[in-house]
Ligand binder design. Sequence first.
Ligand SMILES: *Cc1c(COP(=O)(O)O)cnc(C)c1O
Length: 460
Amino acid sequence: MAAKASDTTRTKFLLDEKDIPSKWYNIQADLKTPAPPVLHPGTGQPIGPQDLAPLFPMELIKQEVSQTRWIEIPDEVRDILKLWRPSPLFRARRLEKALGTPARIYYKYEGVSPAGSHKPNTAVAQAYYNKKEKVTRLSTETGAGQWGSALALASQLFGLQCKVYMVKVSYQQKPYRRIMMETWGAQVVASPSPDTQAGKKILEQDPNSPGSLGIAISEAVEDAATRDDTKYSLGSVLNHVLMHQTVIGLEAKKQLEKADDEADVVIGCAGGGSNFAGLSFPFAADKLTKKKKTRIIAVEPTACPSLTKGKYTYDFGDTVGMTPLVKMHTLGHGFVPAPLHAGGLRYHGMAPLVCKLYDEGVIEAVAVPQLATFQAALQFARTEGIIPAPESAHAIKVAIDEALRCKKSGKREAILFNLSGHGHFDLGAYEAFLAGKLQDYEYPAAKIEEALRGVPKVKV
Ligand SMILES: *Cc1c(COP(=O)(O)O)cnc(C)c1O
C-alpha cells in the first residue's frame, strides 16, 4: 500500500507552467508484444503510411506507429497548452467525508480547458502538425459536440479553417455546442448534409434521417479525401491521440508526489479510450517496466459495453465499413447504442492500445448503469461542487465504489480518477434525471451477438 499523505488540509495540488510535460509518453515502446497491425479493408493486408497520407499529415502517421518511448512536444503546442495546463489535481476531502471512507480520493480535472474537456490536448497537437505540413483546412465529425468544439478552438488558434459534420439530432437538440464551434470560427453542418456524396445518398433515401456518428465520419472522411487543402482529424481511438493525452497522467504523477502519495487505483471512463489512456498509461508504464501493482480500471456504460461484453477481433472503426480494420474489443460496427446521455461513451469499439492492455491483463474494465452513474454525479456535485460531464460520472461511480470497498475492509488506499470534463452543456440530462425520467439500458446478449455476426472474417 502507498505512503500515507502527510498534508492533512490541502485540497488542490498545483504545478507551475514549466512543469507541463516536455514529452509525450508512447506506451507502444513498453508493450509485452507489438500491437496488431491495422489492415486494409479491401486486401486484408497491413496498411502502410501512404494509405493514410490523404487523411493525416505524415508526422501524425509516424507517431501512430512509433516505437519511441518519449516524443518531444513542440514548443508551439506547449505554448497553447499553457492556456489551461497544468490542470489541477484535487483531493476530494468532502466526498471522502460524506462516504466515511479511510481511502484518499484524488481527481485530475480536465474541465478547465476552454472547451471544457480533455479533448483540446490532442486537438492542439493535431492542428499544429497539419499547419506545419501546409494543410489549411480540417474536417471532422462530432456527435454531441465536444470533439468538434475542441478542434474548432485549435483550428482557430493555428489559423486553419475547420468544417464540422455534426450528427443531425444533436445539431437540432443541442444548439449550444454548435454555437461554441461557430464562435471559434468553424463551419458546422447537420449530417447527413448535401455537401458530400455520402450525405446526398442518405438524404435521397431518407430526407429526415436523424444522422449517426458513422454517417458523419463518412462525410468528414470524404471531404478530406476529395480536397487537396483538407485533412481529417479524429478525437479518440488512434494511438497518436492517446499519446497526446498522456500529459494528463504525467502531470498527475508529479502532483501525487507533491501530495506525498502514490495511487493504488487509477480510474477513467472509456468511450474511445483517450482520457482513460491519457491518465492511466504513465501509471501502466510502471506496471510494465517496474512491476508496480497499481490497479487500473476502465469504466464503460452497461448500454455500450465494448470491453466487458465485446469480442477482441478485427472490425471497422466506423459504422458504414469504410475505415481500415483494427483489432479491438468491439460490439460489431453495426451496433446501435441506446440513447444514452453520456454521448461520448457510445462507440462500438475501443482504442486498440487500451484493448491490448486489457487483453494482457494490465488493466481491468467494469460497466456501470446510467442511473447509478447519475446518482454518483449528484453526490459528487453536492460535495465537491463541480457538475461533471455524464461521461466523467462513470469514473466517479467506480471511484465511489472503490472507496466504499476500502470502508468495508478498512484499507487506506489512494484512488485517483480522471474528471474528464464538466457537464455545463449536459444539464438537459440532469433535468431528466432529477425529474425521474432517466432509465437504465442493459444491452441484451442476443443483440450483441447479432451485431457481432456482421464483423468481417479476417485471418492474420
Ligand atoms: C469525449 C469525451 C469522453 C469520451 O472519450 P474518450 O476518448 O474515451 O476519452 C469522456 N469524457 C468527456 C468529458 C468527453 O468529452
